[in-house]
Each structure stands twice: as C-alpha cells, then as structure tokens.
Ligand binder design. Structure first.
Ligand SMILES: [Zn+2]
Length: 304
C-alpha cells in the first residue's frame, strides 16, 4: 500500500496537466519540464502539433521564418536540442532527404514520425513546355511535398500527430483526441468556406513562382502554372512561352513567396501588364493564413 500512494498522486497531477489549457499547473515551472518536447520541420506543422498537443507539448521548428525548406541546413544549436526531444514529425520537405538519417544516427532515441502516412502524393506539376522535376538534388523524380497546403490532407496529418502523441503519452489520450476533433472541425469548416468562395471564378488558372499550390489547386478545381523551372529562374525562351500562356489564359497576377527570388516573376508581370502578389505558404498562423490566401486567390482569378 505504501507504494501506491505516490503513483496515485502522480496520476492525478498528470490528469490536471492534460486538461489544463495553458493555465494553472501547466504554467508552473514544474510542468514545463513535464511537457513533451517535439520537433517539426516547418512552421505550419508547429501549429498542427500545438492544436493537437495543447498544453502538453513544447514544439521547436527546424526551418525558421524566411528560410527555405529546400536549402535549409540545421544549426549546431538545433542538433543539440534534438537530443532533448521525444518526437520528430517529418513531412517530406527537401532538407529531410539530406538530414533525417544524420539526425536519427546522432539521436537514436528520437522517434521520427512520418506525417505523410495515409496521404496520397502526386507528382510535382511542372510547366507543360518542359519535362523537368522539382525539388530534386539527386536527379530523381520527386513527388510534390507541399501537402500542408491542402486542408483535407492536414486532417490526415493531424490524425498521425495525435496517434504519435498518444503512443508516448497514453494517459492523456482523451485530451489529444478531443483537441484533434476540434482542429479537424475547424479544417472542415474552412475547407467548405473556401470551396464556396472559389466556385464562381471564371479563370481557373493561376501563375506562381514556386509551385507550392498543387494540392490546393486540386482541392478547389484550379490549375497552377509554375514560373520556376526545375527549381531555377526560367530562361529567356521559357519566359516568352510563359508570357504567351499568361496572355492566352487572361492571367494578370503572379504569386510569389518571400523564400524565393522574384526577379523573373517581376519581369513576367511587367510583360503581361499584371502584378505580383506575395503569399506565404509557410506561415505559422495556419488557419488565418489559409483564409487570407484563399481570399487573395478569389480576387486574383476573378479579374477579367
Ligand atoms: Zn516548396
């Protein structure tokens, strides 16, 4: 009997951790050390894990604001921090190809969760004048990694995150499942709203410098035309083709993102008498960002 008592106290304290949403126990110094330390590759994933893990998780991000998941290299400080983490949620962005093995070798106890499980990947959509492959440093063809930009696919990723958290913290299973449901409901709601808003648009095509919006386009029956060719600026000849396409399709807006150079996009916009608009596929404030981006798309594709 003497041994049971501390176990009971431990359990009660644990339950309070699970249920408190960032207040009470969860704010105390002690609970900080009890939090599950996890790593994710990109900022939107931090939002996903925080939605499901709530006050139970302490999330660190590999690719910081303004950095590109294609060219990123971990900092020494991050390699050390990884040693304190329990879980790593990978998603399939290019830097993982180079670094995931090294990270696992350096930290054999770190559990790497592939959040692509159950997600159907499609090939990278490239410009129709070319047979190139994107995001590939070793010359292999590559699937489109931008699965976080589909609300439908994020529902699957969130479920994978929930399962992984339960696998290391089963005592809070109910808490994680409730958070998952609330998050998935929000995703469903926004998905319906965006579909509704984009339904009436006459022009279904849009141009974007870096082709991050393939899954988004698929979800809402749009067509993405990338400006970037094989991860590089288009040459003069390709630019001429793009200008012709834009004119034929009535495209006046070219989307760019801050992680990539936009010189060719600017030149293209000048040539078609249109303009460039910056959208950020890597913002952490995920739902609000997607809502804003959908609104930007609606305006862009409804222009005459
Ligand atoms: Zn990308």
């Amino acid at each position: 009997m003497k041994k049971l008592k501390p176990v009971c106290i431990f359990f009660t304290v644990f339950l309070i951790f699970c249920l408190s949403n960032g207040n009470g126990y969860a704010k105390s110094k002690k609970s900080d050390t009890e939090k599950i330390k996890v790593f994710v590759s990109i900022l939107p994933q931090a939002y996903f894990v925080e939605r499901v893990g709530g006050s139970r998780v302490d999330v660190s991000v590999m690719v910081g604001p303004g950095q590109s998941p294609a060219t990123y290299e971990p900092m020494p400080r991050q390699m050390v921090e990884l040693g304190k983490a329990k879980l790593f949620f990978r998603i399939g962005v290019p830097f993982e190809d180079v670094w995931m093995d090294r990270i696992s070798r350096a930290h054999p106890k770190l559990k790497v969760i592939d959040t692509r499980r159950g997600v159907q990947l499609f090939p990278m959509k490239t410009h129709h004048h070319h047979e190139d492959t994107q995001h590939d440093e070793r010359g292999r063809s590559r699937k489109d990694p931008h699965i976080w930009l589909s609300l439908k696919l994020v529902k699957i990723q969130a479920k994978n995150i929930c399962d992984a958290l339960i696998s290391v913290d089963g005592v809070c299973g109910e808490y994680y499942r409730e958070n998952l449901k609330a998050f998935q409901d929000d995703l469903d709601k926004l998905d319906v709203e965006i579909a509704q808003n984009l339904k009436g648009a006459g022009v279904r095509k849009f141009m974007v410098f870096h082709p991050a919006w393939g899954y988004f386009a698929r979800d809402y029956d749009l067509e993405q035309i990338p400006v970037e060719i094989g991860g590089k600026d288009p040459g003069a000849k390709e630019l001429v083709n793009l200008i012709e396409d834009a004119k034929n399709d009535g495209i006046k807006i070219i989307f760019v993102q801050k992680q990539f150079s936009e010189k060719s996009a600017e030149a293209l916009a000048d040539a078609i008498g249109g303009k460039i608009i910056q959208i950020d596929p890597l913002a952490k404030d995920y739902l609000n960002n997607m809502k804003m981006i959908a609104e930007t798309f609606r305006m862009a594709i409804q222009l005459p």
